[in-house]
Design a protein. Structure first.
Length: 516
């Protein structure tokens, strides 16, 4: 297999050429963002590329990778390489041969360790129900020219696998994995009976061996889904996830109302011993209102999670409490200034019927907090979609006015349609965006359909480098983004996870929606 993989060298030479020719940093820092296609566009094949995630080589910042999944015409996973900081991309076949027993590669994750080793984790699917038969890891020490033979690191029925690498863990890097552990074979479209807890494990030897798994989610919570993973500067491990509470409709993939009429909770779990145990549990928000039906609980978009320059976790999510989909944020550290309400990151008119959803957060080397999200504010029909960006230079207390990243809108109705009864006919548009922070800007990646026709399944991953002023915490830098004008709070009132059963029925909407 390694011999075949050496054939990748001719493909990756394009990306390597970028390392030789490109200047460091973000090119054209003062020009309008140029959107470039990341994935190979073959519209005749109807390939649905979505859910990008970005990683950068710490030893060579011009070498950037994007992993994405494929939902049509068949499930799959991909890797895109750039040698010039994201201006140009090539696609590399990481898996010329799948591991034994795996019929499909799916849901890839990427990360680099301190030495620039690229880690690529994916789920192997098998059978007519596309059940996870194992989680596999392959690595590259030569910037994508060759990859090791994939080795299995987790067993079957592992869902929503997330990866992060602590590059400052003692003498080497610590690899963290978080996942949902199904305790029985799930039916089509949803999980089986609880418990299906969120678990974690770590490796200090490059993934050769892993610690015994420990439970992340609180034992009192039954319907936990969509974990997000972030590491703090001192090696603390943070995991945010949703507790769907009484929402068995979405959890089990059952037929039901277009939108669950109740609320969920957003929970934050923490480890102060580098992932050996998770003892701190906090309810970030217990009044989360879903804005749409969960299409497939296995690929449900997770909350966005980062740690700020103080090591405090900040969480963003999609919420319909104001009458339409908004992006809300809370930062869990009090620092003497707690507020009772989450901050609304999209700055269009409240309750105008336009949707903002699926946020992604990142923290720059200067401490600036960046956020991107899908945004339909420009279309009165709430369909034509853009990517919008905002940033905070004061630890999330205020955010700059939103600015568009995309020059052209795209149609989120294009893509693979579901066939299971719970979400029949609805389109899978992916579960996340990609965001790479830099001192002078960001590299954003998203699912885009501008080159596809309605009724087809073609989706592409696009990317753009965006210039931002260098953050100087709390004051305007005179750059392209003005000082923030939003006054909403960024800090959370943290509700202790006590008497959790007693609050199951406290938050129920009286005006059950007929759907959007």
């Amino acid at each position: 297999m390694n011999g075949r993989r050496r054939g990748l060298a001719s493909v990756v030479a394009v990306a390597w050429a970028g390392l030789v020719m490109a200047a460091p940093g973000v090119a054209g820092a003062d020009v309008v963002p140029v959107e470039v296609p990341v994935t190979a566009m073959d519209q005749g094949a109807g390939v649905a590329n979505n859910s990008p995630t970005i990683a950068v080589d710490p030893t060579e910042p011009r070498f950037v990778v994007i992993a994405n999944r494929l939902d049509a015409p068949h499930f799959g996973c991909a890797l895109q390489l750039s040698g010039d900081g994201g201006a140009g991309w090539v696609t590399v076949d990481v898996l010329p041969e799948l591991p034994e027993g795996a019929e499909t590669c799916y849901a890839p994750e990427v990360a680099f360790d301190a030495d620039g080793v690229l880690y690529y984790v994916f789920v192997g699917l098998a059978g007519s129900g596309n059940q996870p038969m194992g989680v596999f890891l392959t690595t590259s020490r030569d910037r994508g020219q060759t990859f090791t033979t994939p080795r299995q690191v987790l067993g079957s029925l592992k869902f929503s696998v997330r990866m992060a690498i602590d590059r400052d863990a003692g003498d080497g890097s610590r690899l963290h994995l978080v996942w949902i552990d199904a305790t029985s074979e799930p039916p089509l479209g949803g999980f089986g009976p609880p418990p299906n807890p969120i678990m974690a494990a770590h490796s200090d030897d490059g993934g050769a061996t892993f610690s015994a798994p420990v439970q992340v989610s609180h034992p009192a919570l039954d319907r936990v889904v969509a974990p997000a993973l972030a590491l703090g500067p001192d090696g603390d491990v943070h995991v945010a996830y949703y507790d769907l509470e009484d929402d068995a409709i979405d959890y089990q993939g059952l037929e039901g109302p277009p939108v669950w009429p109740g609320t969920w909770s957003l929970v934050l779990a923490g480890s102060t011993d580098r992932g050996a145990s998770f003892r701190a549990h906090r309810v970030v928000d217990d009044a989360v209102e879903p804005h749409e039906r969960v299409l497939l609980v296995f690929t449900m978009p997770p909350p966005a999670l980062v740690t700020d320059r103080h090591g405090e976790p900040c969480v963003a999510w999609t919420d319909a409490r104001h009458g339409d989909a908004d992006v809300l944020l809370r930062c869990a550290g009090d620092r003497g200034n707690e507020r009772s309400q989450p901050q609304r990151l999209n700055d269009d008119s409240v309750g105008n019927g336009r949707s903002q959803y699926m946020p992604r957060l990142a923290v720059s080397p200067t401490g600036r907090i960046d956020a991107i999200f899908y945004d339909r504010r420009e279309d009165p029909d709430d369909l034509a979609t853009h990517i919008y960006l905002t940033s905070s230079a004061d630890d999330g207390h205020s955010f700059a006015p939103n600015r568009p990243v995309t020059a052209e809108p795209f149609d989120p109705r294009i893509g693979q349609r579901y066939v299971h009864p719970a979400a029949s006919g609805l389109v899978e548009f992916g579960s996340r965006l990609g965001l790479l922070p830099r001192a002078d800007g960001v590299l954003a990646a998203w699912t885009d359909t501008r080159n596809s026709e309605p009724g087809t399944t073609g989706q592409d991953v696009f990317a753009a480098s965006v210039s931002l002023p260098r953050a100087t915490h709390g004051r305007d830098t005179g750059g392209t983004l003005p000082t923030a004008v939003l006054a909403a709070a960024a800090l959370a009132v943290v509700v202790p996870l006590v008497g959790i059963g007693a609050r199951r029925h406290r938050h129920r909407r009286a005006d059950a929606r007929s759907g959007t």
